[in-house]
Design a protein around this ligand. Structure first.
Ligand code: ADP
Length: 493
């Protein structure tokens, strides 16, 4: 099968969070299973060019209709750890992708509407006719809309779209201007409750809703989150739309890429290890302590890795830090914050704790350091308010770092409580789970984890090894996506 992924991220070249990991990992696995996969991405100025091999111009004269004129673009081709990627570079005053960041300004909707349009024009003009176009999140929600309403009349009537939602919180609400820019026009037609009209703000368009309405198949990234999105406020206003489209909506758990997240082959950790050489994890712990100037001592290391965002339960992250220190553990935090308030809060904490030999706060994004922290920690906390899938707990499991998580979304599908899980046998349990959104609940789970580490080290190690034995690879999820692709490509819509 011929699959093209259109996305705003692909790790490690463009990575703001889990979306990048998923686009890379899924593409790799689909190729391993014998399919042809190509990716279309924006050519950002700030992406990691050092991870692209053989970048060359592939299509220099792509003219993209935009408002009443056309924008000249160049398309470059290169390989990102074996994946064939096409990068679109517009030559326009708007400087859509040369801003020093991937997301985060008030023109994001128009930037990614342009990207969606340019990606379709590229397919059209270069005669690429994939069986399936796989789009991700609000940034590419307009792809199926334009495919169905415009491009199918230009010879792309056989292409089908699978649309994956990684985060319902960001939906790409925007004004009618987008219709004019993309040539969709007809505001009366699109501002309808069964098309792109935002469910909360009737004067706005919603790009994610467009993706749901117009795609042939829609999914989010875990079965439990699919349920939450339909039946709780986690759907962020899209519940009625998911209700209407329930027959094409489901949850498929993410995986983690075996070539990136594997303690046996990880290039970023000084000592490789595996379940049968678990003692070598201790050497990485020593290396982590030395790198972050933590005191060398016989204490467990608890870590948090993730965006410092309201979604991630920052108040509980903050509480976990102080609780871990109070219990005699060490704490390492690696987090990037886009919200100014959260950033200054954690900067303040960092300054306050600067002299403490038992903790280290690293603010910013650092892929290499993340690998060492996964390898060198004993426990990883993930106290999210909501979590569509969550990769950090799965990576933690792979590295024998026991997860302590809040039981929401994909965390509930991947972490099974050592003491209380009723559905999994003791031999397949792998972490600690709490449910309430408060400090007491977090303490109860983290306290149990630290107790096990302190008083039953053999059992703690057994739990860590059980985590390492979990299969969170892409093999099974990719098969589920392939089943979907097979169904939609034979469906006449
Ligand atoms: P989300 O997509 O909501 O950000 P996920 O748990 O799905 O969260 O994925 C997070 C990914 O980003 C993981 O690969 C994690 O290691 C990585 N990550 C998050 N924050 C950082 C950071 N500050 N530095 C390095 N890697 C990070």
């Amino acid at each position: 099968m011929y699959i093209i992924q259109i996305a705003s991220e692909c790790a490690p070249v463009i990575k703001a969070g889990g979306l990048g990991d998923v686009v890379y990992g899924l593409s790799r696995e689909l190729e391993l299973q014998g399919h042809t996969v190509e990716l279309i991405l924006p050519k950002y100025d700030c992406m990691r060019y050092d991870h692209i091999w053989g970048l060359h111009d592939a299509y220099l004269n792509l003219w993209v209709p935009w408002y009443d004129g056309r924008v000249h673009c160049s398309v470059y081709c290169g390989w990102v750890h074996g994946r064939m990627c096409f990068f679109i570079e517009p030559h326009s005053q708007d400087n859509f992708f040369n801003r020093g960041y991937y997301y985060g300004d008030y023109t994001d909707a128009i930037r990614f509407a342009f990207f969606s349009k340019a990606a379709l024009e590229f397919l059209l003009q270069s005669n690429k006719r994939p069986d399936v176009i796989h789009c991700h999140d609000w940034q590419t929600g307009l792809v199926p809309v334009m495919l169905y309403e415009m491009y199918q009349w230009h010879g792309m009537q056989h292409q089908r779209v699978c649309y994956t939602i990684h985060n319902f919180k960001h939906q790409g609400a925007c004004s009618a201007d987008i219709l004019k820019a993309t040539g969709l026009n007809r505001p009366d037609y699109y501002f309808a409750p069964d098309r792109l009209q935002d469910n909360h703000h009737p004067g706005a368009l919603n790009l994610m809703k467009g993706g749901i309405v117009y795609s042939n198949s829609v999914n989010t990234v875990s079965p439990h989150h699919a349920w939450e999105a339909r039946f709780s406020d986690v759907g962020c206003g899209l519940q009625p739309t998911l209700e209407v489209h329930q027959n094409k909506f489901r949850g498929i758990l993410n995986g983690i890429a075996e070539d990136v997240w594997n303690p046996e082959t990880d290039r970023y950790i000084p000592y490789s290890y595996a379940a049968d050489r678990f003692v070598d994890k201790k050497l990485n712990q020593k290396a982590l302590r030395s790198r972050l100037m933590l005191a060398e001592s016989e204490r467990p290391i608890v870590c948090f890795i993730g965006r410092l965002d309201d979604q991630k339960g920052v108040h509980l992250v903050h509480h976990a830090l102080y609780y871990a220190l109070e219990c005699g553990a060490q704490f390492v935090l690696l987090g990037s914050a886009t919200d100014d308030g959260i950033y200054s809060w954690f900067s303040h904490e960092k300054a306050f704790l600067n002299e403490n030999p038992n903790c280290h706060l690293e603010l910013g994004f650092n892929e290499e350091l993340a690998h060492l922290i996964y390898a060198g920690s004993d426990l990883i906390v993930v106290p999210s308010n909501y979590e569509p899938c969550g990769l950090t707990q799965m990576i933690g499991l792979r590295y024998g770092t026991v997860p302590v998580v809040r039981g929401v979304g994909g965390l509930l599908n991947t972490v099974f409580d050592w003491d209380y899980d009723r559905e999994h046998s003791l031999e397949t349990r792998n972490g600690f789970v709490f449910f309430q959104q408060d400090a007491v609940a977090l303490e109860s789970a983290l306290g149990r984890a630290l107790d096990l580490w302190n008083h039953s080290p053999e059992l703690f190690q057994q739990l860590a090894l059980q985590g390492m034995a979990c299969d969170n690879s892409w093999t099974h999820p990719a098969q589920q996506y392939l089943e979907i692709y097979e169904v939609i490509r034979h469906k006449w819509v």
